[in-house]
Design a protein around this ligand. Structure first.
Ligand SMILES: [Ca+2]
Ligand SMILES: [Ca+2]
Ligand SMILES: [Ca+2]
Length: 156
């Protein structure tokens, strides 16, 4: 039995369009046994392109990054996987920068989560996780907006 869980990190949560960000997936195992045959999938959303530098022999199919056959020793963050992607300009689509990950297979029973059962784009179990970016946009509308602010309290 192995209680697997995931943590997901993004190197810059407030990037600009065109920036390259690194996603890091940390796999923990609360045990009691080491886990084998562990597969993790990362579902890269439409707001990120040019997926590169996939660590540890992970493979890319469409916009899904997959690592298979991993062994996860007991402990916190005992396995780490990373890849890079380029931030695409915002379109306003919901969750276009919400990058989810889940454990999709393991040889051992997990007492509090099941592999490959994430509902839609919403992590709910501890073997599912997400990282999200808020992409910076220049406000070209009103360059003098702040200078026009009125302050009635400062009147003599
Ligand atoms: Ca757990
Ligand atoms: Ca678990
Ligand atoms: Ca699950």
């Amino acid at each position: 039995m192995s209680d697997l869980s995931l943590t997901k990190l993004i190197s810059n949560a407030t990037p600009n369009a065109g920036d390259v960000v690194t996603f890091t997936i940390q796999i923990s195992n609360l045990g009691p046994d080491a886990a084998t045959g562990v597969e993790v999938k990362d579902y890269v959303p439409a707001g990120f392109g040019t997926i590169t530098a996939i660590s540890d022999g992970g493979t890319l199919s469409g916009s899904t990054v997959t690592w298979t056959g991993m062994s996860v020793p007991v402990g916190a963050n005992t396995v780490t996987r990373t890849f890079q992607a380029t931030v695409i300009a915002p379109t306003g689509a919901p969750d276009e920068y919400k990058n989810t990950t889940e454990v999709t297979d393991s040889d051992q029973y997990d007492p509090d989560s099941q592999p490959n059962n994430m509902a839609g784009n919403t992590p709910a179990q501890d073997d599912e996780a997400f990282a999200k970016a808020i992409v910076q946009q220049a406000d070209l509308c009103c360059p003098n907006r702040s200078a026009r602010s009125t302050r009635t309290s400062a009147k003599p």
